[in-house]
Write a new protein. Structure first.
Length: 194
């Protein structure tokens, strides 16, 4: 049987404890063998100005997951055309790793907007999607909640955003408890987000 790999896409600007809680919970409480944190250079739905350099964000992901053997950092999207569309990344991964089987990890807030994604029907029919709970406005359509490829995972609800962390750092607030220790030290040492 093919090894099951969960893909958790994000800007990780910076990676924080919320990301780690979700990633670890999913890899421990699902059929996934590994979970890859895919650092996205350019999300088509986000502004690029506020993004830290790709390699700095990737380095922070490596630091954050050093003690988690089932988690991997991935720079796969650094080598693909931008903005990054999930469907293109999946096609590339299928070709590069034919012995692996990929699944998507997303928050319920992203599932509500799945219909806006490029070729979302193709993603939906070909890949399992593990959905973790998020507090957000609106509801998910019945067609999605009952879809056979969508699996809700009872993960902790973590309402923590990288945007909030960046704003707090700018104001010189102590965000140390919100970040893995190695990431906090790295940000502090390099004076990132000030």
């Amino acid at each position: 049987m093919k090894k099951q790999i969960g893909l958790f896409f994000g800007s990780f600007n910076p990676i924080h404890i919320g990301h780690l809680i979700i990633a670890n919970h999913l890899v421990e409480h699902s059929a996934l063998d590994e979970l890859w944190l895919v650092v996205t250079p350019q999300n088509p739905f986000k502004e690029k100005q506020s993004l830290l350099n790709n390699h700095l964000r990737l380095e922070m992901v490596h630091l954050a997951i050093a003690d988690y053997p089932k988690l991997r950092a991935s720079d796969i999207e650094f080598h693909l055309p931008q903005p990054n569309y999930t469907i293109h990344t999946l096609a590339y991964l299928e070709e590069k790793y034919p012995k692996l089987h990929f699944a998507l990890i997303m928050g319920e807030d992203n599932l509500k907007n799945l219909h806006k994604w490029k070729n979302y029907e193709q993603i939906l029919s070909n890949y399992p999607i593990y959905v973790y709970p998020r507090l957000s406005e609106g509801t998910v359509s019945e067609a999605l909640t009952s879809h056979p490829n969508i699996q809700y995972v009872r993960a902790p609800i973590v309402e923590l955003s990288a945007t909030f962390i960046r704003e707090e750092i700018k104001k010189k607030q102590n965000v140390r408890p919100l970040l893995p220790e190695s990431v906090w030290q790295h940000i502090d040492k390099l004076g990132l987000y000030l």
